[in-house]
Ligand binder design. Structure first.
Ligand code: GLU
Length: 343
């Protein structure tokens, strides 16, 4: 190692130790670690195996710094969080007008698995409810199911910078028990809103929900959208810049199940959650937050995840409509990073 390298790695490690933001995140983790509210999802046996103590918080900034505390390497299924990103891929495949002719962007205030379509147009209400996500999966281009899944996995790799796989037991379980989703797909077929490749579109939907991610992945995905669609660590574009605003907008209005209104009121950040216990939240042009904690509230959102995002938003004035600046200036707190080898 050269002297310059030695000096810069010394400087990096000093920064890592000294970063007040790292200390802040440790305190946040400590504060909510003992919060035991909520229930782990149990609609399929594989999800019920999750340990309620698992808890990770990761923040990735748009200038490529990554801070993490707790279980940020733990793999879990992405579930509904996938919906926002697959919507982005469908937009790239077909453009805004065509996708919007198949899926609306209106919040429902109803449960994510509601069997309901827009009465006038027969469109599912938005890409974040199951109906809309299934119709969106139907739009992903590819010669066959394998190719379509590969395109989805490759897309997630562009967002996170690492390769992804489908958790087979969760996929097979979702497929075996997913008759409500099957009913939704057939209802849409009845109205001519989807193709007749019902099992194939459902397979892709169940597979996308079963993709394994970490809290760090969720932070990178959010940071990529916050950064206009370019992963701030790899420098690679994950989504056409034209569609970044579409994805973020539906996350803002529909991302947190039927808690979306209160979420935007309290936290003020576009976000998406999943029943695997993950939340990805975006502070545009600033940072992405990824949290993982399996116990969910009655609406399906991670209890600790909500608390962490609310605290971060309040403490650093991240709420989108927070005109007055907070006491803490983010730039003064974010010094150094938790450098990860090869990143
Ligand atoms: N795979 C789930 C379903 O379709 C989605 C779960 C979620 O909302 O995260 O029922």
């Amino acid at each position: 190692m050269t002297e310059t390298n030695n000096l810069s790695s010394l400087a990096n490690s000093i920064q890592t130790i000294a970063s007040p933001f790292r200390t802040y995140l440790n305190e946040l983790h400590e504060r909510y670690r003992s919060e035991m509210g909520g229930e782990v999802a149990d609609y399929i046996p594989e999800l019920a195996l999750a340990d309620p103590h698992w808890f990770g918080i990761c923040v990735a900034t748009t200038d490529g710094r990554v801070f993490e505390v707790g279980d940020c390497d733990k793999l879990f299924t992405i579930q509904s969080i996938s919906k926002a990103f697959v919507f982005g891929l469908a937009l790239e495949d077909h453009g805004r007008e065509y996708v919007n002719s198949k899926v609306s962007v209106e919040p429902t205030g109803e449960a994510f698995n509601a069997i309901v379509l827009d009465e006038e147009t027969n469109r599912p209400y938005n890409p974040m409810v199951n109906a809309g996500a299934i119709a969106t999966a139907d739009l992903i281009k590819g010669a066959n199911g394998t190719e379509r899944l590969k395109r989805v996995l490759d897309m997630f790799q562009r967002y996170t910078g690492r390769e992804h796989t489908v958790h087979m037991p969760v996929f097979l379980s979702e497929k075996a028990t997913g008759n409500r989703n099957r009913a939704i797909a057939y209802l849409m077929l009845n109205f001519g809103m989807v193709s007749d490749r019902i099992e194939e579109m459902l397979d892709l939907y169940f597979q996308q929900c079963s993709i394994l991610v970490t809290a760090r992945d969720l932070a990178m995905m959010a940071a990529t959208l916050a950064n206009g669609g370019v992963n701030p660590v790899t420098g690679k574009r994950a989504i056409d810049q034209r569609y970044v605003q579409d994805v973020i907008s539906v996350m803002l209005t529909c991302g947190m199940y039927d808690y979306s209104g209160e979420w935007i009121y309290r936290v003020g950040l576009p976000a998406k959650s999943g029943v695997g216990g993950g939340i990805t939240a975006i502070a545009p042009e600033k940072l992405g937050i990824g949290t993982f904690s399996p116990p969910l509230d009655a609406k399906g959102n991670s209890v600790r995840g909500i608390q962490v995002c609310q605290a971060l938003s309040q403490d650093f004035g991240l709420h989108l409509f927070n005109a007055a600046s907070s006491d803490r200036v983010l730039e003064e707190w974010i010094v150094g990073n938790d450098a990860i080898d090869g990143w």
